[in-house]
Design a protein around this ligand. Structure first.
Ligand SMILES: C[S@@+](CC[C@H](N)C(=O)[O-])C[C@H]1O[C@@H](n2cnc3c(N)ncnc32)[C@H](O)[C@@H]1O
Length: 265
């Protein structure tokens, strides 16, 4: 639904990078990521994490960053071990059994074919290779403080409309809570998960994500009953420091491909 070719994508990537890159880097370190590893970063967006992984694997490793719209990542300088490719993870082939680590953040949530994509990512891991999927659970975003109850109601109304549009476009806003189970069914072992959330006050970098997302689909929101005046009120609320909402919880799930097909769970 959020077309990465449009200008609003830059603001969305900046907010994601500022709020969640430090979290994702810790999760990547927990997989053991180190010198010489061969990694795939799927739907790398601005490319920030792919570049950070490139520094971890060093000159003897390699990181392939894939993107259906690589223009944002392409604007960054890349070390030689990081390769950026235009690639559609739903349709384009992946090499089987190749990678020590595959990482995707907030990509499968948007794809109706997410379970088939998950199987293909598992097949692209070498035996013993690691998969780290990080996804939002958009179902837990309580308002933590508000100037009045009308502000809380406004946030909830607009946010619900946005989630409805996402679902209509084939996304699963609750995918974060389903990822671990899906990875278990896909045959991965040693599964573990960590969930991160923080408070986003009005005017903060994180809460800007709601602005970028709703600005990009303003026309669809209007059809769903959120007109321009209500959307303008919503955007004013997002700048009010008295308004505080919980961030989207980022669920980070790690798993390992079995060394042999007969390895017991
Ligand atoms: C919400 S953004 C997340 C970007 C980045 N992973 C991050 O967390 O900052 C989703 C990204 O997935 C990319 N994407 C969407 N469909 C894709 C597909 N079929 N194949 C590869 N990338 C895709 C989009 O272009 C976008 O950059």
């Amino acid at each position: 639904m959020f077309d990465s070719a449009r200008g609003e994508a830059a603001g969305r990537f900046a907010a994601l990078e500022a709020c969640y890159d430090p979290v994702s880097q810790q999760q990547l370190i927990r997989t053991g990521l180190g010198a010489g590893w061969s990694c795939l970063e799927v739907g790398g967006g601005s490319g920030s994490l792919g570049h950070w992984m490139g520094a971890r694997v060093g000159a003897g490793g390699r990181v392939i960053v894939t993107e259906i719209e690589p223009r944002w990542a392409a604007s960054r300088e890349r070390p030689a071990q990081v390769r950026l490719v235009r690639h559609d993870v739903v349709r384009d082939p992946l090499p089987d059994g190749d990678f020590d680590l595959i990482h995707a953040r907030l990509v499968l949530l948007h794809l109706p074919e997410r379970l088939a994509v998950l199987d293909r990512l598992v097949a692209a891991l070498r035996p013993g290779g690691r998969l780290l999927l990080e996804e939002f659970d958009c179902g837990w975003t309580p308002v933590l403080a508000a100037p009045d109850s009308a502000s809380t109601a406004l946030f909830e109304r607009v946010h619900q409309a946005l989630l409805g549009l996402l679902e209509g476009a084939g996304a699963d806003p609750l995918w974060g809570r389903r990822v671990l189970g899906a990875m278990a069914r896909a045959g991965l072992r040693e599964l573990s998960a960590t969930t991160y959330a923080e408070a986003w006050p009005g005017g903060s970098r994180g809460i800007d994500l709601h602005r970028h997302n709703t600005e990009q689909v303003a026309a669809d929101l209007a059809v769903a009953g959120i007109g321009a005046a209500e959307l303008a009120d919503f955007h004013r609320l997002l700048r009010d420091p008295e308004f505080v909402v919980n961030s989207y919880p980022l669920v980070s799930v790690r798993g390992r491909r079995p060394l042999r097909p007969e390895e017991t769970p």
